[in-house]
Design a protein around this ligand. Structure first.
Ligand code: BTN
Length: 255
């Protein structure tokens, strides 16, 4: 992997996309920053990355043998990589809210933004951007009740935080990601991460609200499938829910 670091940048996803437009970006180039001035989240939201307290990192991928429809699965692989790195390095107990929020103590610790560039319905490149709250002490008012950092999570457990470093976490995440990504390309599905993912799926057995464009309904979440859909049960029937078409929200609090 080829790591590039900036003290400050608008957004690591933006920077890697600019470089991709210029051409000549080796696959697995990783761009990270100490601070993002215009970090982006999903659905057009902002993503705050204050100076030197969080991981903001993006990778360039050329998964040309993957269909455009399958690209969102890379976000699920990234979610597993973050959960795995947080568990391995710090012994945190992670949960995954389908599709790709990593929670610790029921609060969000990480966000992932995957962006696809395609031509004639073929993948040209993909940027996977990951933001992890690491040393944050405060969060913007609107998310403060549902956000947590690595330091805060460790302190809750009475564990020290002096061994927590953004660089080490960044590298651990991308190493885990690479292993699962290569397996995903080989198998062309998510079989290899399925058990890990479903063992942490916090929606499992809970009532979720499926915001289907044809009409919202409630169902019980079962598990994620090897193609990344959430399997839900409604009136004794199993339905596959695709994150691209519908969004699933728990009806009780954040989860
Ligand atoms: C979310 O809304 O949950 C996704 C947040 C993704 C934030 C990361 S930080 C690194 C990369 N650069 C960005 O501008 N966004 C992603």
């Amino acid at each position: 992997m080829n790591y590039i670091y900036y003290d400050e940048i608008d957004s690591t996803n933006n920077e890697i996309k600019r470089k991709l437009l210029e051409g000549d970006v080796p696959e697995f180039t990783v761009i990270s920053a100490g601070r993002q001035t215009a970090g982006r989240g999903r659905s057009g939201h902002d993503w705050e990355s204050p100076k030197d307290v969080s991981v903001a990192t993006s990778i360039a991928l050329y998964p040309r043998e993957v269909s455009c429809e399958a690209v969102p699965r890379l976000t699920l692989i990234a979610a597993v990589a973050v959960a795995e790195a947080l568990e391995k390095l710090y012994g945190l107990k992670t949960a995954i809210k389908w599709p790709n929020d990593i929670l610790v103590s029921n609060k969000k610790i990480c966000g992932i933004l995957t962006e696809l560039s395609a031509k004639d319905n073929h993948v040209e490149n993909v940027v996977v951007g990951i933001g992890v709250n690491v040393h944050n002490r405060t969060f913007p008012e609107e998310i403060s009740h549902m956000a947590i950092s690595v330091d805060q999570a460790l302190e809750q457990m009475g564990k020290p935080t002096d061994n927590v470093h953004c660089k080490e976490l960044t590298e651990a995440i991308w190493e885990c990601f690479l292993t699962h990504y290569q397996e995903f390309l080989r198998q062309q599905d998510l079989s290899e991460i399925l058990d890990f993912y479903n063992a942490r799926l916090i929606n499992k057995g809970r009532v979720v609200k499926v915001l289907d464009p044809k009409g919202a309904y409630e169902a019980v979440a079962k598990e994620m499938t090897k193609t990344g859909e959430l399997l839900v049960e409604k009136d004794e029937k199993l339905i596959s829910v695709d994150s691209g078409e519908v969004s699933v929200r728990g009806i009780y609090g954040y989860v």
